[in-house]
Design a protein around this ligand. Structure first.
Ligand code: ADP
Ligand code: MG
Length: 349
């Protein structure tokens, strides 16, 4: 799907009101009845109907004929739109399109930067966007729940009537989680992109001039990068964290310096998580396996979970437990749990 930047600027305020009304109504209705949209928007019903038609034509909303009533639902395109508009209203993101070197033929639409092919991760959309000075940034749109919508429906008994079953809510939660971790990690000088802004299901971050480790065919000294990466896993653990998806797709290698930058945090877990050891070992194994296969490099040295935790015990833990800092920063344990459950269904629908 392409995001269209021209629309960002040329939507009328009434159109925006109606779109927002559909979004608000979506929180409690799978299909938002037209009467409710009229009511929330506070506009005349004739006008609303016309606007609904034009928003549907631009695929920001979709008409759904229900057995009981006709209504509309917000599309992912509409949700993307609202998020991008919020970012541009706050001047975090000025425009997308002509300013940057992608999507030239179309002029206004931007094309996805990367399609992550890792089969066991959920696919997210990554776009290059720019601020008012033309400085490039990365916009990541989380897409959680749509794919697993049926799975979530089947679990409805289990979920009860919680609104958390909604794809909008779930993808926003994923973005908020990633944002919380990126911020805390960046503040503590971990090699991660600088977080810039967050809105709805999106994150705006620094663009790293790099390529994924996955694309690196040869290294002058694989042992050096190997130890840097293992040290990083240890540093995470000493700060109470496990990346959880530490693999060649989520490690970027800077074009200039060859230094690694770690990305993609929605699955990060605390070292106090019940399965912490399993996640820790999996991260370590990912790196060992990749280095063995790709660079024919093997080392007897690799971190063990228990030793790593013991070593970490020396310093003032409370000041340094980033998992605790994140929890305190507003990303609650219960939300974390909801997200874990949902990702699980999304992986195995
Ligand atoms: P996903 O959840 O789809 O795996 P990622 O956050 O891992 O999303 O990003 C997917 C790809 O997009 C990465 O492998 C990387 O190539 C590119 N990418 C993501 N963030 C950045 C960034 N800040 N700078 C440059 N490239 C990025
Ligand atoms: Mg990834």
């Amino acid at each position: 799907m392409k995001l269209d930047a021209t629309d960002l600027r040329y939507i009328t305020s009434d159109e925006f009101r109606v779109l927002t009304a559909v979004e608000m109504g979506s929180k409690n209705h799978e299909v938002v009845p037209i009467v409710l949209i009229v009511q929330i928007s506070g506009l005349r019903s004739g006008g609303v109907n016309k606007i609904l038609g034009s928003l549907a034509k631009r695929s920001l909303i979709a008409k759904v004929q229900n057995s009981k009533y006709d209504g509309y639902r917000l599309t992912y395109g509409g949700y993307d739109y609202l998020a991008m508009r919020a970012l541009s209203k706050r001047d975090s993101m000025y425009s997308v399109g002509n300013q940057i070197g992608v999507g030239k033929e179309s002029g206004t639409a931007i094309t996805p930067l990367i399609v992550d092919a890792s089969p066991d991760t959920l696919h997210q959309d990554i776009y290059i966007v720019a601020d008012s000075e033309g400085k490039e940034m990365v916009l990541k749109l989380h897409r959680l729940g749509r794919i697993s919508f049926r799975a979530i429906k089947e679990k409805r008994d289990y979920m009860g009537k919680r609104k958390s079953a909604s794809w909008m809510y779930m993808s926003r939660l994923a973005a908020q989680k990633e944002w919380a971790f990126m911020k805390v990690l960046h503040e503590h000088h971990f090699p991660v992109p600088r977080p810039i802004d967050q809105a709805r299901h999106t994150i705006l971050m620094e663009f790293i001039d790099a390529y994924p480790l996955r694309q690196v065919a040869e290294l002058p000294s694989p042992g050096r990068l190997y130890s840097t990466l293992m040290d990083l896993i240890v540093r995470f653990a000493h700060a109470g964290l496990i990346h959880g998806d530490f693999n060649e797709f989520n490690i970027l290698i800077r074009r200039e310096s060859g230094e690694p930058v770690v990305i993609d945090f929605p699955q990060m877990v605390s070292t106090s998580h019940v399965n912490a050891e399993y996640y820790f070992n999996r991260d370590v194994e990912c790196i060992r396996t990749f280095f063995r296969r790709r660079f024919n490099y093997e080392s007897k040295l690799y971190p063990r979970f228990k030793n790593t935790l013991k070593e970490g015990g020396g310093r003032d833990e409370d000041a340094f437990r980033l998992d605790v800092v994140v929890a305190a920063s507003g990303f609650k344990k219960t939300e974390q749990k909801t997200l874990e459950e949902a990702s699980c269904w999304a992986h195995y629908p």
